[in-house]
Design a protein around this ligand. Structure first.
Ligand code: FUB
Length: 460
């Protein structure tokens, strides 16, 4: 039997194999994702996002989505736990949002178009776990009534006081009561100056005058080592990411410069979120770089960075390679098919009973899963759950590249429906130990859907 012990080199020379083989960005390839808001809870990094529609000509967004990781390279799709229809008073534009935990409850602050005011409003949903289910916490907007009530960011300070910031092009703020679902006191507006944000308040700006920078939208508010940070999309469109710092939660703010300068992201908006995880600092943003994407077809990407010794940001540039793994994946515990490092062609879909699964599998599509740790003893068997309403196809399991050594081959036949799941097992054709990337390469009749894929696991 062929033995695979050491990692075999993946061929990453441009265009030699499939285009995404060395890419980690964008982090989700099964649909468009926007406006990233990372949250670390209980050892897992959760990534709350929006979703652009296919072929959209505006931000006609209908749902928010959720992904999670424990290694920064394999992302599990949790579907859409919150959508426009979760808010009876909303009718359109599921725009930027952020989730935070307090006393075991998860508060997801969103903005959407309000039927009540005919403008944008801030809403809040609540859930008992980071993945939901979530429901509108108050059955009405938290703050309603203006085009620029968008992009809420939330932070709970060390003294327990929670704050919201939002706005485009004004910067609004409010304190939250301890219940997290009502505002404490009046909503305020931050006075923008050249010193604090690079330019005066929007109403005081002189047309045609070039300013140092211009706050636009998408604030991201947090504290680190006693300093407060407000990151934001800046410069009008196209947007870059800049930031201001302060010694207190409500300022005075000091403009600190650009973090992600204008560059070829393929999107005229940008929107950031920052998180520390497993000893590393990560900067999330969005681009238009998924095939078919653009200004209204955006996708979340991530870069690792190190704060400068004085707490300021380095310049961060967009890459295709993304970040390095900070963990491994256990193949002996059932792995959901929607846990993906990179894929081409496939989509994800929800099922009320079995959860999210992978669909839209065609000949030549593949799913890559990274850092699979087989240990020192090779598995003997590979198992999957699949379903097909047509004639099925083949799943090849390959190691370290899409044309790497073949570990197993699963023949899928008609199972009686696209959600008529069947468990199939096969003995391995090679032995494998150590840490490897796995590729599920799908083969079958050209043009038609082959089968759906729910989960996989190896057995010793
Ligand atoms: O995604 C819709 C809007 O585009 C967001 O609310 C803004 O921050 C910009 O990213």
């Amino acid at each position: 039997m062929f033995k695979i012990c050491k990692r075999t080199a993946a061929l990453c020379i441009g265009g030699l194999l499939m285009s995404g083989l060395c890419a980690q960005n964008p982090v989700v390839q099964t649909c468009y994702t926007t406006d990233p808001a990372p949250m670390v809870h209980d050892g897992t990094l959760y990534l709350y996002t929006g979703r652009d529609e296919e072929k959209a000509d505006f931000f006609w967004m209908q749902e928010w989505r959720l992904y999670s990781t424990t290694d920064m390279v394999n992302w599990t799709d949790h579907g859409s736990p919150l959508a426009i229809e979760s808010f009876e008073w909303g009718d359109d534009r599921a725009w930027a949002a952020q989730c935070i935990e307090r006393n075991g409850k998860f508060y997801w602050y969103v903005c959407l178009h309000s039927k009540l005011s005919g403008a944008m409003a801030i809403g809040v949903a609540v859930g008992d776990s980071p993945t939901g289910p979530f429901k509108d916490a108050i059955g009405k907007p938290l703050y309603d009534g203006s085009w620029d009530y968008i992009d809420p960011t939330v932070f709970i300070d060390d003294d327990g006081q929670a704050y919201l910031y939002w706005g485009n092009p004004n910067i609004y703020y409010a304190k939250l009561n301890d219940d997290m679902i009502s505002l404490k006191g009046e909503v305020g507006m931050i006075q923008q100056t050249v010193e604090s944000f690079g330019a005066p308040n929007p109403k005081d700006r002189v047309k045609g005058q070039k300013y140092k920078d211009v706050y636009t939208e998408g604030p991201w508010f947090y504290k680190r080592n006693g300093k407060y940070y407000l990151l934001y999309a800046a410069g009008g469109v196209p947007e870059h990411i800049a930031y201001s710092m302060s010694d207190a939660p409500l300022g005075p703010w000091k403009y600190m410069g650009e973090i992600m300068p204008l560059q070829d992201t393929g999107s005229f908006t940008n929107h950031c979120g920052v998180a520390d995880y497993k000893g590393h600092s990560y900067f999330f943003y969005h681009t238009g770089k998924l095939p078919g994407g653009g200004g209204f077809g955006r996708s979340v990407a991530v870069e690792e960075f190190k704060y400068n010794p004085d707490g300021t940001f380095p310049v961060i540039n967009a890459t295709k390679e993304g970040v390095k793994p900070v963990g491994t994946l256990n193949p002996y515990k059932r792995v959901e098919a929607e846990t993906i490092a990179f894929s081409e062609g496939v989509k994800s879909e929800p099922n009320a009973k079995t959860g999210i699964y992978i669909s839209n599998i065609h000949n030549g599509d593949y799913i890559k899963v990274r850092e699979v740790d087989f240990g020192t003893q090779s598995p003997k068997q590979f198992r999957v759950a699949v379903a097909s309403a047509l004639r099925g196809g083949t799943m090849e399991v390959r190691v370290d590249s899409a044309r790497g050594p073949l570990l197993a081959e699963i023949k899928v036949e008609h199972t009686g429906g696209w959600e008529a799941w069947k468990k199939i097992r096969t003995e391995l054709s090679a032995s494998v130990t150590g840490v490897h990337d796995l590729y599920f390469v799908f083969k079958g009749r050209k043009g038609c859907k082959l089968f759906n894929f729910d989960w996989w696991e190896f057995k010793r």
